[in-house]
Ligand binder design. Structure first.
Ligand code: GDP
Ligand code: FE
Ligand code: FE
Ligand code: FE
Length: 196
């Protein structure tokens, strides 16, 4: 993918260099696998391939920031004050998008929304956001019960695949006595019941 300059002033190589400084090697490898998976899905589903590449590469940009960076950003960008009661799992997407915007100068809201909602999903998700949500779940190194079913569904129907992941993530969180972020419930209500 050759970048046009529409969504970032950086070339792909320049963007990769910035991301690699933020992430440990294993996480840097993961985001490149998510990028490649997202590009394939973008081609299949008629989504802008450059946006899929950028969103895939940046989706975990903030994953290895210290908690204090997120607390500061929640205040500085005047995000929902309840966010301070959560943790890295929730912050790195929703708050991470603001760090990407300010530090990488990526302002396309479709890309930023795909980052925001890659962990919890959202009631409304663009096709790009659905692709990043699924690519993160099914990239080639993912290995969990149900990943093959998730890969098959993703190749057949993005909507059914989003519903599948949302239901199985919620089941996993419940089984492990984890707190459920309200947006995760919203995503469940929007995507799962009507999918049968
Ligand atoms: P990764 O960044 O590539 O590892 O993957 P994700 O960003 O998709 O997920 C990060 C973590 O957030 C995973 O361990 C999910 O199980 C967890 N997660 C997703 N939704 C919720 C939620 O509502 N509550 C909590 N506590 N964790 C969640
Ligand atoms: Fe993530
Ligand atoms: Fe995910
Ligand atoms: Fe990820």
């Amino acid at each position: 993918v050759t970048y046009t300059g529409r969504y970032t002033v950086d070339s792909r190589d320049q963007l990769l260099a910035k991301i690699s400084k933020q992430l440990k090697p294993a996480r840097f490898e993961h985001v490149q696998r998510v990028e490649q998976t997202a590009i394939q899905l973008a081609k299949q589903y008629g989504v802008n391939v450059e946006k899929a590449s950028i969103a895939g590469l940046v989706h975990d940009y903030a994953k290895q920031r210290p908690d204090e960076d997120f607390i500061k950003a929640i205040k500085h960008f005047q995000l929902d004050p309840d966010l301070v009661n959560w943790n890295n799992a929730i912050w790195h997407g929703i708050v991470g998008a603001e760090l990407i915007k300010s530090e990488l100068d990526i302002t396309d809201e479709d890309i930023l929304d795909a980052v925001r909602y890659h962990t919890t999903g959202n009631r409304y998700m663009t096709k790009l956001a659905q692709i990043i949500y699924m690519a993160d779940y099914i990239e080639p190194a993912r290995d969990f019960d149900g990943v093959e079913k998730a890969r098959l569904l993703t190749s057949q129907s993005l909507e059914l695949a989003v519903a599948y992941q949302t239901k199985h993530t919620l089941l996993y969180l419940l089984e492990n006595n984890q707190r459920i972020y309200p947006k995760t419930i919203d995503t469940y209500n929007a995507w799962v019941p009507q999918s049968g």
